[in-house]
Design a protein around this ligand. Structure first.
Ligand SMILES: *[C@@H]1O[C@H](CO)[C@@H](O)[C@H](O)[C@H]1NC(C)=O
Ligand SMILES: *[C@@H]1O[C@H](CO)[C@@H](O)[C@H](O)[C@H]1NC(C)=O
Ligand SMILES: *[C@@H]1O[C@H](CO)[C@@H](O)[C@H](O)[C@H]1NC(C)=O
Ligand SMILES: *[C@@H]1O[C@H](CO)[C@@H](O)[C@H](O)[C@H]1NC(C)=O
Ligand SMILES: [Cu+2]
Length: 362
């Protein structure tokens, strides 16, 4: 064992060198002053952080809380989410305007804009929810935040539309959502180089040439990209996974977690496999069709829940996160990494109670 003094040799050394004493004193006054200045700076920083927490954070939190303060969502006041092809032409254009607006507002979370934030957060934190119990509630909350952001930051008055791809199973690439005049534009231009994931720069529609910041785990500015599958593969994913008998089999599964896996791995994943490019990785929200796709997934979950609402509004089992051996519980937090406050799964387990107040119109 060494004596404690071995760790404090400096005092002895300075006192044994008197010539240095004066400069040392000046130095120590200077260092005192430096410390004082640092203390003042630290105090200011703390003050700013406290002000931020006191003023901005509650505002941000409030932004994602529903207006129905009493927790009751009456059928008449529930906002109706509708299928893309059931919107009027002005309603489609208004939705596309609001989505484009997101890419004009700088992000405070990541490089780029509010548009990039969703891809960034989905990659940063959302991965834990895939192939696990939180897959459905995580995305239910995520697309709700997106809908609220469109309303609050881009003055959007409507609701989030959904894309019912089961109507397009015969040829997914001909779906009206890909319209260049009243949709999200179509396939990338195969004459141009493929920047990411077998996708080519989208050159038609409102998102032609849109620059996005992330691709999977990387900061990788590039153009919004799609690379539609063709031929035999297209038939396979559309016809085999999304036809009415395939969908009926998914919805017939009574167990929550087995239903989730069938929905996620079969129907849900058919769309990114078909679209490729940006949609094929965790930064899939780069492609704005992601949100209509997930509204459809959410609608199918609600359809499944509505078959036996009393039981299924509480049905929640499976791993609490990807690769975890811990069983999921309704009290688990839905994690959003600062995009919006974390909330318990129970807050989003139904769409007509508590935080959420919407319905799906067929
Ligand atoms: C789960 O395990 C797989 C395979 O080892 C791995 O690729 C994946 O990143 C893991 N997921 C998480 C969220 O850690
Ligand atoms: C699907 O539609 C695309 C675009 O119109 C067309 O090129 C393709 O041949 C169609 N595929 C099938 C299997 O009908
Ligand atoms: C943001 O962009 C800068 C370059 O402007 C880059 O060095 C940095 O890694 C990026 N940060 C993130 C979180 O992507
Ligand atoms: C519909 O999907 C089922 C299940 O994948 C498949 O067996 C059947 O052949 C499909 N029907 C058509 C018309 O493609
Ligand atoms: Cu996801």
């Amino acid at each position: 064992m060494s004596s404690p003094s071995e760790y404090e040799p400096e005092d002895d050394q300075t006192s044994s060198e008197p010539l240095l004493e004066k400069t040392e004193t000046t130095a120590s006054v200077l260092s005192l002053r430096k410390r004082y200045v640092s203390a003042v700076i630290a105090a200011i920083v703390v003050l700013i952080v406290v002000l931020f927490l006191l003023i901005l954070w509650p505002l941000r939190s409030k932004a994602f809380q529903s207006s129905n303060g009493d927790g009751v969502c009456r059928q008449a006041q529930a906002a109706a989410r509708r299928e893309w092809r059931l919107l009027s032409s002005p309603e489609r254009l208004e939705y596309l305007r609001a989505v484009k607006c997101l890419s004009s507002i700088p992000s405070t979370i990541c490089n780029g804009t509010l548009h990039d934030e969703f891809a960034y957060i989905h990659r940063q934190i959302g991965d834990y929810s895939h192939e696990a119990a939180p897959f459905l509630p995580w995305h239910r909350y995520f697309i709700h935040i997106y809908e609220q952001t469109l309303k609050q930051r881009c003055q959007y008055q409507g609701t989030l539309p959904y894309w019912d791809w089961t109507r397009d199973w015969a040829n997914l690439t001909q779906a009206p959502v890909w319209s260049a005049t009243e949709g999200f534009g179509g396939n990338g231009d195969t004459n141009l180089p493929a920047p990411v994931g077998d996708g080519y720069c989208v050159q038609d529609g409102p998102f032609a040439g849109l620059q996005v910041q992330y691709y999977d785990g990387d900061w990788n500015p590039h153009c919004l990209s799609r690379g539609f599958l063709a031929g035999e593969y297209l038939d396979h994913f559309g016809a085999q996974r999304l036809n009415s008998s395939a969908m009926a089999a998914v919805l017939d599964e009574p167990d929550y977690y087995r239903f989730l896996l069938m929905l996620e791995d079969s129907s849900h994943s058919a769309i990114p496999i078909l679209v490729r490019g940006d949609f094929s990785r965790f930064t899939a929200p780069n492609d704005p069709i992601f949100f209509l796709h997930h509204a459809q997934v959410d609608r199918l979950w609600w359809k499944w829940q509505s078959e036996d609402l009393e039981v299924r509004a509480l049905a929640y089992n499976g791993p609490s996160r990807q690769n975890s051996s811990i069983a999921a519980q309704l009290s688990d937090q839905v994690e959003m990494a600062g995009l919006a406050p974390d909330i318990p799964v129970s807050s989003v387990i139904t769409i007509n109670h508590g935080l959420l107040c919407y319905k799906y119109e067929d």
